[in-house]
Design a protein around this ligand. Sequence first.
Ligand code: MEV
Length: 328
Amino acid sequence: MGEKTKKASSPGQIFLFGEHAVVYGYLALATAINMRTEVQAELIENNKLKIHSKGIGELKGEIGEINGNWSIKKKSGDSEKLRFVTKVIQSTLNYIDRKDGLKVCIESDLPPGSGLGSSSAVTTATAAAVSSVLGKSLTKKEISDLAFKSELEVQGAASRTGVNVATWGGFLKIQNSNKETLNKLPKLNILIGYTGNYSNTGKLVGEVKALKESRPDLIIPILKTIGNTAESGIESLEERHLEKVGALMNVNQTLLRALDVSSPALHNLIQAARSSGAIGAKLTGAGGGGCVIALCQENIDEIAKSVKRAGGQPMRAKIGVEGLKIDQ
Ligand code: MEV
């Protein structure tokens, strides 16, 4: 790989506890999974921009100035599907105040809208690969700020959880703008079950916001209790008390149902996992579709079969893995 090509990759994530409530400043625990998005950026001629995202789509355009900002002009192709990528490319070019022709190739293990942090992984790895190929070595904080800004602009309200996990990896305790890496948590046996249905984060975050505004007296205590499950969940993980962790995951799921972000397909996979011996199970991410996670012991194969029989796609996840990697 020459100076004209740079690669970066970022992991997807699961929420062990605390999605949605984290948007309002309550505690959450998220962790990086061994499913990654890899981005390769290459310098090309004539200010052209070419994006190829394997299995998702393609886009062509030109990088030029509009009102004093570097922008993507004459766009053609899958603009909607690649909106996170084009947004973060523009933000990165403006932040480093450089432009050049770019070819950006993306390959991801994370299905878009699967609730596994695909947009955070792609924005983080793209900001890193693009800045690096343009000769600017940004700090991880600068890269995650660019990714977060782009995510906010595309999707509206979001917490920093996704980009924090995509950048720093490991187990992260998140509250407001604070993040703490927890080094002593056990590497749990987690089975992910994918419904195959799209999870629309922006829409679901908006629905929870509307619910909270219509009945703050009912909804704020639910969000607060979700934060409490995260806090107790972390304590139980530190004590290696998996039965307690599982019970708290189940409580967290019940509270997410009260926020109306679960779905029949998610519920079905959760029931399948629990009835075949999962210690606890819940949805992960925004909900509405996407994935469930199940805490397993040595019975993970049984649980995977049961999730498959119920119509889900089982995936065994390694958790607590490395964050952003940039090939120099
Ligand atoms: C989505 O992956 C998780 C939510 O908590 C939103 C966010 O934290 O940005 C629903």
